[in-house]
Ligand binder design. Structure first.
Ligand code: GDP
Ligand code: MN
Length: 382
């Protein structure tokens, strides 16, 4: 689960990571009181959306004039950044930036540990930096036990000769505190870019990104309450409401599968035959016709979908109920997409009969079905 920068900064404050003085607004008029409250005229206006790269996209503006700030705030509130509407602007006191660093903690699943990532060249996009200047990205593996060690932080700080001892001390503390937050919130990512040293040699988190592991949310009700459904992918949101496991992907083969393992396999098989899945979708082990109907209704809403690939193994799931769901969806939702159905297991003969009556072709072999899906794709209008 992603959260807004201002929500992440509230978490930072709770964990004693220093952040600039800031307030959120949803109306430019609210700037009047903020200007009198902040004791310096310079402010930063920042669009609150679940996406990075706002600076480049025009979502971060600096000014020291109230009238201009109101105009800029209006502009930002009218923006759509990467398809996401801006409803809130974070107004912050401008910081006199001396150095910009990058700091994050992530889960490193390949090595079953955590990873600290630091760069002395903060501010820029980390993916871009990894491409142009990989030597400037430093990583430390952190084992869950014993956790982040002080020598690991010192190894980073000793490579930063140009900053003062007191700045190093506050960086040391900030790195430790961010790790504490990462562990306490069970996040999959915490990131500060840029983590800055100010003109007064203070360390401040100028930006904040926190992605919380959905699977741990039930242990953190106060974090779960930060969820803002409008900022999520609309298909993923609808799927969540219907209790389906759906992840939007970039391809054009809409997939409906039962079981996460089979869903992964299905995507592999589609890719193997040169197709691209439009989504991951697991309707669950005990799905009935309603879940099948709901799943298909989400798949067909995605304009990228050209072919529908259904891959169901009837263990607990009954194939005849799946067939009913498919037929209902096809008729009620007027689905005209080519459909490839691979269905075997409990009550499959009954399902085949129902589907045959509707002129729907059924496969028992997964690879044959995948080949047919890709063939439909090639025949579909571009
Ligand atoms: P992002 O583009 O979405 O990552 O948004 P950031 O919060 O990182 O802001 C982009 C850039 O704006 C930062 O890298 C800084 O260089 C700059 N910036 C943000 N806040 C301030 C500030 O208070 N003072 C100054 N001088 N620059 C700022
Ligand atoms: Mn940033």
């Amino acid at each position: 689960m992603k959260i807004y920068e201002y929500q992440a900064k509230n978490l930072f404050s709770q964990h004693e990571i220093p952040v600039p003085l800031g307030k959120t607004i949803d109306n430019p008029q609210q700037l009047d009181s903020i200007f009198s409250e902040f004791n310096s005229p310079g402010i930063v206006l920042k669009a609150q959306v679940y996406t990075g790269g706002r600076g480049k996209a025009g979502g971060v503006k600096l000014t020291d004039d109230l009238d201009q700030a109101k105009i800029l705030a209006r502009e930002i509130l009218d923006m759509n950044l990467k398809g996401l509407p801006v409803k809130t602007v974070l107004v912050e006191q401008q910081i006199d930036i001396k150095s910009e660093f990058y700091l994050s903690f992530i889960q490193d699943r390949d090595n079953s540990c955590f990873k600290l990532i630091f760069s002395p060249q903060g501010g820029m996009d980390i993916e871009e930096l990894a491409r142009v200047n990989p030597d400037k990205i430093w990583m430390k593996a952190i084992k869950y036990f014993p956790g982040l060690q002080s020598y690991q932080i010192r190894e980073i700080l000793t490579q930063l000769p140009e900053i003062s001892l007191s700045a190093k001390k506050s960086l040391y503390t900030a790195i430790n505190k961010l790790y504490n937050l990462f562990i306490a919130t069970e996040s999959s990512l915490v990131e500060i870019n840029p983590l800055v040293i100010t003109g007064e040699d203070k360390c401040l988190a100028c930006d904040a990104k926190v992605v919380i592991d959905d699977n741990a949310l039930f242990r953190h009700p106060q974090l779960a309450s930060l969820r803002i459904p409008e900022q999520e992918d609309p298909f993923e949101r609808e799927a969540k409401e219907k209790k389906l496991n759906y992840v939007k992907l970039d391809g054009n083969v809409g997939c409906m599968v039962n079981g996460a393992g089979l869903a992964m396999t299905t995507m592999d098989v589609i890719k193997h035959y040169q197709g691209q899945p439009a989504n991951f979708l697991d309707i669950g082990g005990g799905a009935k016709s309603q879940q099948v109907y709901d799943a298909l209704s989400i798949i067909v809403k995605d304009p990228a979908v050209k072919v529908i690939f259904i891959n169901i193994f009837g263990g607990i799931v009954r194939c005849d109920q799946v067939a009913e769901g498919i037929i209902q969806a096809k008729n009620k939702l007027n689905i005209n997409h080519p459909m490839v159905i691979r269905l075997i297991g409990t009550n499959d003969q009954l399902a085949y009969k129902l589907l045959k009556n509707e002129n729907l072709q059924v496969f028992t072999e997964m690879s044959e079905a995948a080949k047919q899906a890709v063939k439909y794709l090639e025949e579909s209008p571009k």
